[in-house]
Design a protein around this ligand. Structure first.
Ligand code: AMP
Length: 278
């Protein structure tokens, strides 16, 4: 069976089929990280749907919505190569009624860490993901660990709103030198890219320490080495389920997460580590 491309909800409804269905939501400009999510989805389901939608709701007015990379023909090729059954690529006017009123409120958790720097972002993410869940009706959905707070928020929405969908987190794919793949990496100049490497290096070096204070301090010191070329929004060591900062006596899984701007490009990255008693 070839790839079906649905450009609106009517075409999507016609593309339904049997068996276990996995959804991989994306904003397009697909790279190896997205491919890895698709492979994860293929291994867990009979059919995989990929959505390609640059969601205006999750961009603030000062963000890069209009210049976000759009590479639709290449994206279709990637989906075809990965054995995807359906690509759902609606127009914004098809997704959102012009007089829409109701949206998902991401709560307090949507306003901390990444949410503190991107007001309204997680409300926009959860609203589009809930709509995609209703339209595609998948049995499971695969999201990247790269967007760790997004993954945590989606798990929370599924739990809080009793959605009958399994959520799978898939590991971050990196360049050989450590840089996490991102559709926004294409904006980086050669110099920017060198500076951008500081993010993954800070996380790696920080994760080699054993106490929350040492982990934060060590990672921060690496970020500081980049000087003014790196504009750090946050560095946190948090509980991966709540994104609240962990205390010095915390034991269990933790996420060391960073967001920073290099040139005009905002990058995020994180690693998961386990804190054990001293
Ligand atoms: P995006 O198109 O950037 O909105 O991302 C779509 C999905 O791909 C999200 O679930 C992301 O977390 C995931 N993703 C983005 N970059 C990576 C990466 N480097 N490794 C794994 N997953 C990723």
């Amino acid at each position: 069976m070839g790839l079906i491309v649905a450009r609106n909800r009517e075409e999507l409804a016609k593309a339904s089929g049997g068996g276990r269905l996995a959804l991989v939501p994306t904003m397009g400009a697909l790279h190896e990280g997205h491919r890895s999510l698709m492979r994860d989805a293929c291994a867990r389901a009979n059919r995989v749907a990929v959505s390609i939608f640059v969601n205006p709701l999750q961009f603030a007015p000062n963000e890069d919505f209009s210049r976000y990379p759009r590479t639709f023909d290449d994206d279709l090729q990637v989906c075809e190569e990965e054995g995807v059954s359906v690509v759902f690529a609606p127009a914004a006017e098809d997704m959102y009624r012009h007089d829409r009123q109701v949206s998902v409120n991401s709560g307090e958790m949507g306003r901390i860490v990444e949410g503190a720097f991107r007001p309204g972002h997680f409300d926009g993410v959860l609203t589009v993901v809930l709509k995609l869940f209703h339209l595609v009706q998948p049995d499971l959905a695969v999201f990247g660990q790269k967007d760790a707070q997004q993954l945590a928020m989606i798990r929370r929405m599924v739990a809080d709103l009793d959605l009958p969908i399994e959520i799978v987190g898939s590991p971050t794919v990196r360049e050989p030198d450590g840089l996490a793949l991102s559709s926004r990496n294409r904006y980086l100049s050669e110099d920017d890219r060198r500076v951008a490497l500081t993010l993954s290096r800070a996380l790696r070096v920080g994760a080699g320490e054993f106490t929350p204070a040492k982990i934060r301090e060590t990672a921060r010191a690496v970020l500081d080495e980049a000087g003014g070329a790196l504009d750090v929004d946050y560095l946190v060591l948090a509980d991966p389920a709540t994104f609240l900062e962990v205390s010095e006596t915390y034991e269990g899984p933790a996420v060391l997460a960073v967001a920073a701007r290099v040139g005009g490009t905002r990058l995020i990255d994180n690693v998961i580590l386990t804190l054990s008693p001293a």
